[in-house]
Ligand binder design. Structure first.
Ligand code: SF4
Length: 279
């Protein structure tokens, strides 16, 4: 069988979800692997995740707010030289506001739970499981044990919680994590918690036999569709709510663009490589 586009051999759960939202955006990001430019929102999210990762390196009795501030300063020093922040090209005022807001999210975290009470067994834990010919990879923000010794997955969110309408679809994404835990660790988590730091809201999902089986079946179905699309280069553009924040709109056929130009033009447009010198 000859594929017109290369078929990826591994994917993150969010990429699998991405295919169902818009196959064309999936093609740009996961088949052509065109790097997307950072956004203030995503960079701030990864900075806050890094702070909490550093905090949880400490023993349970060294997770005070003052310890978090030390972790925050270290993360800030790392991000000042990281392309994820550098490419945002923030001026001094914007950068100050950026860091102030990131710190306010760390403070908000402390209003939600006491980190010294957490019995974590993994932080930024990379898990990988085979689904048919596909290797599914995910990173769990935090895996811990509850008082009964059961596994709990915690996922930090720095955006707003989904409205009721979108809550179920957001939770279907996190069931991937329970699927990965069950495959790799041989134990299904008792709960998956999404901690929305900005609003102080926690959404908890309880994985079941049925939800884990559903993930496996659905991933296989999505994967067959990806293979079919790679075979004939038939990734459909699916315009919708995601378009306004889609980095690839300039090359999207739904907006009159030419997908074939994206790989060459995107890194220049995104400021990731210098513009070529005029001939
Ligand atoms: S602009 Fe919209 S339709 Fe086009 S690739 Fe992006 S998300 Fe898909």
């Amino acid at each position: 069988m000859k594929f017109m586009l290369p078929v990826p051999t591994s994917l993150s759960p969010s990429r699998v979800e991405g295919f169902t939202s818009c196959p064309m955006a999936f093609r740009f990001a996961s088949i052509e692997r065109i790097p997307e430019p950072p956004s203030t929102h995503t960079t701030k999210g990864s900075l806050v995740h890094r702070v909490l990762e550093l905090l949880f390196v400490n023993a349970q009795d060294r997770r005070t707010m003052a310890d978090a501030r030390v972790a925050f300063e270290q993360a800030v020093a790392e991000y000042r030289v990281d392309p994820e922040l550098v490419l945002l090209r923030l001026d001094a005022d914007a950068e100050e506001a950026f860091f102030a807001d990131a710190w306010s999210l760390v403070e908000a975290y402390y209003r939600m739970e006491d980190p010294s009470s957490i019995r974590e067994i993994g932080i930024e834990l990379r898990l990988e499981a085979q689904v048919g010919s596909l290797s599914l990879r995910g990173i769990i923000d935090r895996l811990e044990l509850d008082a009964e010794g059961r596994l709990i997955v915690t996922d930090y969110k720095t955006g707003r919680p989904p409205g009721l309408r979108y809550e179920q679809s957001r939770l279907s994404g996190v069931h991937f994590y329970s699927f990965l835990c069950e495959q790799v660790l041989g134990q299904r988590p008792a709960a998956i918690r999404l901690m929305y730091l900005r609003d102080g809201e926690t959404i908890t999902a309880t994985p079941s036999e049925q939800s884990v089986r559903f993930i496996s079946t659905r991933t296989n179905a999505v994967w067959k569709a990806v293979e079919r699309a790679c075979l004939t280069d038939s990734f459909q553009a699916r315009p919708g709510g995601l378009c306004k924040s889609c980095a690839f709109q300039a090359w999207c056929p739904a907006f009159g663009g030419d997908p074939a130009r994206a790989a060459a033009e995107a890194p220049v447009r995104f400021g990731m490589v210098p513009e070529p010198a005029p001939a």
